[in-house]
Write a protein that binds this ligand. Structure first.
Ligand SMILES: [Zn+2]
Length: 457
């Protein structure tokens, strides 16, 4: 390292505290703000390390980031001081001495996540890498009163933090909801169903200051997005994920998230992927909750499956549904789980859904040519059988040029939580946001970060 290097001045301002343990509660990095160029390169270096859980070598970092050895060393030093990178032993030798390796340290801090579904909600305490440490779920969702759901979420989030005093503090909260969100400032906008003139069941949430309430009451920066976008983000950040993919969420309702070039695509009015209310059957079709008739969701959704399961259940044709408490009625989750157990009625309902979905996906995949179609939401409980059924039906409908590099797979049961966590860590470890909190050593309590209005900047 040369002390004549002007760029070095930036690094000297960040105090050289060396963490004694990977799990740190406080950080002593302080002093004046580092230059934006330094933070920008540091953010790139951390992002690169996050792509390789086994660790990266200095030589790899120099090559990928097109930085000199000294520059990489200085950024590595800062990242280690912040607790975000840790030594990962030695890598594989390519002739000489085996190189030293560094890896991202997911235990440097914790992240909170809050996922609202249709009839349930979940909060989780996670590490920076998206591993779930603890969680609480309860039976209340977007069909319930927004204030009540938010009050309970805050209560449970505080309980989660209280249950793990030994862990480092939470750096932020990621929240998601199965309704459209203007991502610029995280406001809940009217669903497409409302614009179509229908009595939308989620309308009570429109304009509700969910993000502001969570941020103020927990004193944390909060990022909020539509559930399906967050799920698509989780799929996009999986190791080995293709840069272009479609995420179909099949729960009580139907939704789609689009990832293009590794980024979530939102569209001009945050309405991209609103496939549920495409009119398929014309005016003669079934009435939809949006107030029109014949929408795709009336024949392809968990709600449609619940309707279709009423008769077989009443006629006791399904061994699985027969075991359910009849007063409770059939829920789409029952149909998904019944299919996983091989119940013939549930399997038939999902095979029909797979065929209907393949019609829509044939158009979308031929147009967009994604590398992956991920099927998630409640239907993830149906297991691999559903992705095989969709894959087979889809391959019959499209040319090999579209299908030969297309993988159809099931999403994870926790894609909402891991996507919400990822949304927060990506933002907090971006150059613009790091530049604000770095002089303080961590984002904890930095009001400029906690109260930030624009989520996309
Ligand atoms: Zn509709």
């Amino acid at each position: 390292m040369t002390s004549h290097d002007d760029r070095l001045k930036d690094e000297q301002r960040t105090a050289p505290s060396s963490p004694s343990s990977e799990t740190r509660k406080t950080t002593t990095v302080s002093l004046r703000a580092p230059s934006f160029a330094h933070v920008s390169q540091l953010a790139d270096l951390i992002a690169e390390a996050r792509r390789y859980p086994q660790g990266v070598s200095r030589a790899d970092l120099c090559e990928t980031l097109t930085l000199g050895r000294n520059a990489v060393d200085r950024r590595l030093k800062t990242a280690v001081e912040l607790g975000l990178l840790a030594p990962a032993g030695r890598g594989v030798s390519t002739g000489g001495r085996a190189p030293e390796m560094w890896r991202f340290n997911p235990r440097a801090a914790t992240i909170l996540a809050f996922s609202v579904a249709y009839r349930s909600a979940t909060v989780a305490l996670m590490d920076l890498g998206g591993a779930i440490i603890d969680r609480i779920s309860w039976a209340e969702g977007i069909l319930s009163d927004p204030q009540q759901v938010t009050d309970h979420a805050v209560e449970h989030l505080m309980a989660l933090r209280g249950r793990h005093p030994e862990l480092p503090p939470a750096w932020g909260l990621g929240a998601c909801i199965p309704a459209p969100v203007d991502f610029r400032d995280g406001t809940l906008i009217p669903p497409a169903t409302a614009r179509a003139g229908g009595a939308a069941d989620t309308l009570a949430w429109t304009g509700f200051p969910l993000r502001q309430q969570l941020s103020r009451r927990l004193d944390l920066p909060v990022w909020l997005d539509d559930e399906v976008n967050v799920m698509a983000l989780a799929a996009a950040k999986r190791i080995g994920a293709p840069p272009d993919l479609l995420y179909v969420r099949l729960s009580l309702g139907l939704g789609m998230g689009i990832v293009s070039g590794g980024q979530v695509h939102r569209g001009a009015a945050a309405a991209s992927g609103e496939i549920a209310h495409i009119q398929m059957a014309g005016a003669g079709g079934r009435a939809c909750r949006c107030g029109r008739r014949g929408c795709l969701e009336t024949t392809l959704s968990g709600g449609a499956m619940e309707d279709a399961a009423v008769t077989p259940q009443a006629l006791k044709r399904s061994p699985y549904l027969r075991r359910l408490d009849e007063s409770e009625g059939v829920r789409c989750e029952h149909v998904f789980r019944g299919a996983a157990e091989g119940d013939p009625v549930c399997v038939r309902l999902l095979t029909e859904a797979a065929d209907r979905l393949s019609v829509v996906l044939a158009v979308l995949t031929t147009t967009y040519n994604p590398g992956e179609v991920v099927l998630g939401g409640g239907v993830a409980q149906a297991g691999e059988f559903f992705s095989r059924a969709v894959g087979q039906a889809l391959r019959r409908r499209v040319l090999p040029a579209t299908s030969e590099r297309l993988r159809v797979r099931m999403g994870g049961a926790d894609d909402t939580l891991s996507g919400a966590c990822r949304m927060v860590t990506d933002a907090l470890l971006s150059a613009h946001v790091m530049h604000v909190w770095m002089p303080h050593g961590s984002p904890v309590g930095v009001q400029e970060v906690v109260t930030h209005r624009r989520q996309d900047a």
